[in-house]
Design a protein around this ligand. Structure first.
Ligand code: B1M
Length: 217
């Protein structure tokens, strides 16, 4: 049975009530709830409902924005707890949402989880041009580029990042992982990406695997 505080958190996300969420998250933490559980059963559970209602036309864009603000209000508090780093540096990841796409909640979760696993994450935001991923990757001497897309109309820009890496002669050195709701393993294979993760937790496994596969640089 779901904890009452967590179901309240989920409901406030659905209602887009950002003001109430920090206090409730604090209460859940004081009650000894695991930050990951608060995230999964509170914030993400609420956002799942929002997604379904949005799809069915029962919620509109302003309401969804209010819900995502509410989700962020909780996420901001949980982030440092989710990303208790082991202190060891696992690798540098450039992370962004592809051109034309402003969805950033999933990407932020991936960022937190990677940081939690000891990766240095350079979050370059949303609506990022393919060339920009490569530019920052060079600047930061990164090992992995992570690309998020939530729209079928924007995932088609992902291959351009791979092409740019090829053009720059970097394709062998830099690993590319992709994710986001419409993205699949098959799509990753089709475009020649090195990895795909369905959620933030498995993004860590994929990133670790990519680091192992790339050897040392
Ligand atoms: Co938009 N939206 N949205 N939206 N939105 C979706 C994605 C949609 C599925 C809703 C629907 O119709 N059911 C639909 C896409 C349809 C499609 O293309 N197949 C959609 C649409 C159509 C749109 C607009 C076009 C609507 C419009 O204006 N007509 C528009 C586009 C704007 C744009 O980007 N240019 C739009 C706008 C918005 C808002 C701005 C209102 C808001 C975004 C706010 C923000 O992010 N700051 C929004 C939201 C919130 C959603 C839903 C409801 C929720 C997305 C979310 O945050 N999920 C979404 C419906 C849904 O997904 N249920 C929807 C929670 C998050 C934790 O999950 O992002 O999937 P997710 O991330 C997961 C995994 O995917 C994975 O790990 C994460 C954590 O486990 N993952 C990765 C993500 N990135 C990864 C990268 C990795 C690895 C794993 O490696 C690098």
């Amino acid at each position: 049975m779901m904890d009452i505080t967590l179901s309240k958190i989920a409901n406030f996300v659905i209602e887009g009530n950002a003001g109430e969420i920090p206090q409730l998250v604090q209460t859940a933490l004081q009650d000894g709830q695991d930050p990951q559980e608060i995230l999964n059963q509170g914030l993400i559970a609420g956002m799942d409902v929002v997604g379904k209602r949005f799809k069915e036309g029962d919620m509109y864009v302003p309401e969804v924005i209010a819900s995502s603000k509410a989700m962020h209000a909780g996420l901001d508090l949980l982030k440092p707890l989710l990303s208790k780093s082991s202190g060891s540096q696992s690798g540098v990841v450039i992370l962004g949402t592809i051109k034309g796409d402003v969805h950033d909640i999933g990407k932020s979760l991936v960022s937190s989880m990677l940081e939690g696993a000891g990766f240095e994450v350079v979050d370059i935001g949303v609506d990022v041009a393919p060339e920009r991923f490569v530019e920052v990757c060079l600047e930061k001497k990164a090992h992995i580029i992570g690309i998020s897309s939530l729209l079928t109309t924007t995932m088609v820009h992902m291959p351009a990042v791979l092409h740019k890496l090829e053009q720059e002669g970097l394709r062998e050195q830099i690993k590319v992982m992709i994710g986001g709701a419409p993205v699949t393993t098959e799509y990753a294979q089709q475009i020649g990406a090195d990895g795909y993760a369905a959620d933030a937790a498995s993004a860590v496994d994929v990133a670790r695997d990519l680091m192992a596969r790339r050897g040392t640089r």
